[in-house]
Design a protein around this ligand. Structure first.
Ligand SMILES: *Cc1c(COP(=O)(O)O)cnc(C)c1O
Length: 397
């Protein structure tokens, strides 16, 4: 069997850990493995390295390092922000979010609803954008927090997060943004945005899974979610995950250095993939607005085929892509994001997401463009839609 190079086009699901990040982490497994809270220097000397990582991350988002707490993941950060706002205003029991959020927000909001909180799930337009007039109208005197993602992980569509933050400020309502998909792709300036909370996750940024951060704007009243020791100045209990924090910090530094590459070279690769597919494979449509959009993401529907079948055939030629978010694959339920955009089930079921990173090359795009047309053609030949008669049960094994 020929050995095939992995053609990884699923960077919104997770990213390869950068070799520089691994190198930065290793000494904290091998040598400096002490507990940062210890009285002896072997342990507490790692504190200065944690502080350095916090500074690297603060620099990436233009924050004061003291505004950052480390968490176990983007999901924890998101839960923490919403939870904190609700505890800070016990009489306010209304939450506003959108129907296209990541499950980290969506399922937490649903759980709150089950606990008796009132939740407004804002709809989106057919191109995945948000009606800010409706958002503002939905704010009530008992609204504790508005939580809206910055960049959609499935379509790459960007929400005007600074405008939403300004609306929330004018109504004195807390605002959280899930910015997990943004670093390394767009510049982040928390002072400019002015959100109360902002969530990030390391594994979307060429650092390991299992480490995230929450930015909490100065002066915002904060209530911890994980309660235990005095780590993170009492704002998040649990012994610090030192190697991962160090890796996250190094990844932030790298992301700042590669921001232009992502926006010029990677964007060009994405655009070539997108325009070539749209021009050469008939009955193919892009899902979501073309702009403003993340430079690395494209979501396309191949009419008349099942995305799952496309993914299986792509996998055979070493190409990793995704249908909807990884968290919902395994079920044939069409993506909640595409459904919320009003896509008919047939279109949503044929939706495939390609998401690139700085590790992708022209050769990756060539490889995908070489195989995709044949795969779609083959599947359409098999598909009952084009044959015009229902699938016979005998055809299944
Ligand atoms: C991946 C992702 C998350 C969850 O981050 P984890 O670290 O995996 O918990 C949240 N929001 C968005 C938009 C994501 O893409």
């Amino acid at each position: 069997m020929e050995t095939r190079k992995l053609c990884y086009l699923d960077n919104n699901a997770t990213t390869r850990v950068a070799p520089e990040v691994i190198a930065a982490m290793l000494p904290f497994f091998e040598q400096h493995w002490g507990n940062a809270s210890s009285a002896y220097s072997f342990g507490n000397q790692v504190t200065q390295h944690i502080d350095h990582a916090r500074e690297q991350l603060a620099a990436m988002i233009n924050a004061d390092p003291r505004e950052i707490i480390f968490t176990s993941c983007g999901t924890e950060s998101t839960n923490t922000a919403i939870h904190s706002a609700l505890l800070a205003n016990p009489r306010k029991r209304h939450v506003i979010t959108t129907v296209v959020e990541h499950s980290a927000t969506l399922n937490y909001a649903r759980t709150l609803k089950g606990q008796g909180y009132d939740v407004t799930f804002l709809p989106v337009e057919p191109d995945g954008t948000l009606d800010l007039f409706l958002l503002e109208k939905s704010i009530r005197s008992d609204t504790a927090i508005v939580s809206v993602m910055w960049a959609n992980n499935e379509t790459g569509v960007l929400f005007p997060i600074d405008e939403i933050a300004a609306i929330c400020r004018s109504h004195e309502v807390a605002f959280h943004t899930d910015a997990v998909q943004v670093p390394g792709k767009l510049p982040i300036d928390v002072r400019n945005i002015g959100a109360d909370f902002l969530s990030l996750s390391a594994h979307k940024l060429h650092a390991p899974k299992g480490i995230g951060l929450l930015h909490i704007k100065k002066q915002v009243k904060f209530h911890p979610y994980i309660i235990g020791g005095q780590q993170e100045r009492g704002r998040r209990g649990g012994t610090e995950n030192v190697p991962y924090i160090i890796g996250f910090g190094r990844a932030a530094e790298l992301a700042m250095a590669t921001l232009d590459e992502e926006n010029i070279r990677v964007r060009k690769l994405r655009d070539r993939l997108e325009t070539t597919i749209l021009a050469t494979i008939p009955k193919t449509v892009r899902n979501g607005a073309r702009e403003p959009r993340l430079p690395n993401t494209v979501n396309l529907s191949f009419i008349g085929v099942e995305a799952e079948a496309v993914l299986l055939m792509l996998d055979r030629v070493g190409i990793c892509a995704s249908s909807g978010s990884a968290c919902t694959t395994g079920s044939l339920k069409p993506s909640h994001v595409l459904t919320a955009m009003g896509l008919k089930a047939k279109l949503a079921q044929g939706a495939v997401r390609f998401s690139l990173s700085i590790y992708n090359t022209e050769a990756d795009i060539d490889h995908a463009l070489e195989h995709l047309p044949g795969i779609i053609q083959k599947l359409r030949g098999l598909s009952p839609v084009s044959v015009g008669k229902p699938k016979s049960p005998a055809g299944k094994s």
